[in-house]
Design a protein around this ligand. Structure first.
Ligand SMILES: [Zn+2]
Length: 189
């Protein structure tokens, strides 16, 4: 049945196109989206390009008229009360379809990438204005922080290595880091 449904919704397989930098913005959001897509265990390989287009808002796979029927959802083991599009089902692998709220796979990727880019942008701005020391602060008061973030918050200051680790989003906070970098500003300088 599963195979039958998969063939029913089989996407026309598109080659993965890694977007060339279309502008000179070194810190292009595309880079962060690709990072999220590549590390997601819930996407079909052949759908990466489709997901990237969605994240870049060139298409919308979460809001279409092409919704699964109750029977189709039951056959795939998806909660029949959820509204879910065939376009979303098409990009997910079997593990992705087992997630309670499949839409969150995509929205969490968008949030994590945007969050990391924002942190990186403000880090670069602060560095340019002469800040050399940063502290990692939990915006969630420590609730839900991963072990890595919890350990680093105890330090007086982060090194550049710590910061790049943080910005590469290698922490395990779910769905994304609740920590932010606070620049140390010395008003006596
Ligand atoms: Zn973390």
């Amino acid at each position: 049945m599963f195979r039958f449904l998969k063939s029913l919704f089989a996407p026309s397989i598109q080659p993965i196109v890694i977007y060339e930098n279309r502008d000179d913005n070194e810190n292009d959001i595309r880079k962060y989206f690709l990072q999220e897509i590549e590390k997601s265990p819930f996407l079909k390989k052949e759908s990466h390009n489709q997901v990237l287009k969605h994240l870049l808002r060139e298409i919308n796979i979460l809001k279409t008229e092409n919704k699964l029927t109750v029977e189709e959802k039951k056959a795939l083991g998806i909660n029949s009360r959820l509204s879910i599009t065939k376009e979303l089902v098409n990009v997910l692998n079997e593990d992705g379809l087992k997630i309670e709220y499949p839409k969150s796979i995509i929205t969490d990727m968008w949030n994590r990438a945007s969050n990391t880019k924002l942190s990186y942008d403000s880090y670069i701005r602060a560095k340019k204005s002469g800040v050399t020391k940063f502290k990692l602060i939990s915006s969630g008061g420590g609730m839900g922080d991963c072990d890595w973030c919890t350990q680093k918050q105890k330090l007086d200051f982060l090194s550049d290595t710590d910061i790049s680790f943080f910005l590469h989003n290698k922490c395990d906070c779910e769905p994304y880091s609740y920590s932010y970098l606070e620049p140390e500003i010395n008003f006596n300088d």
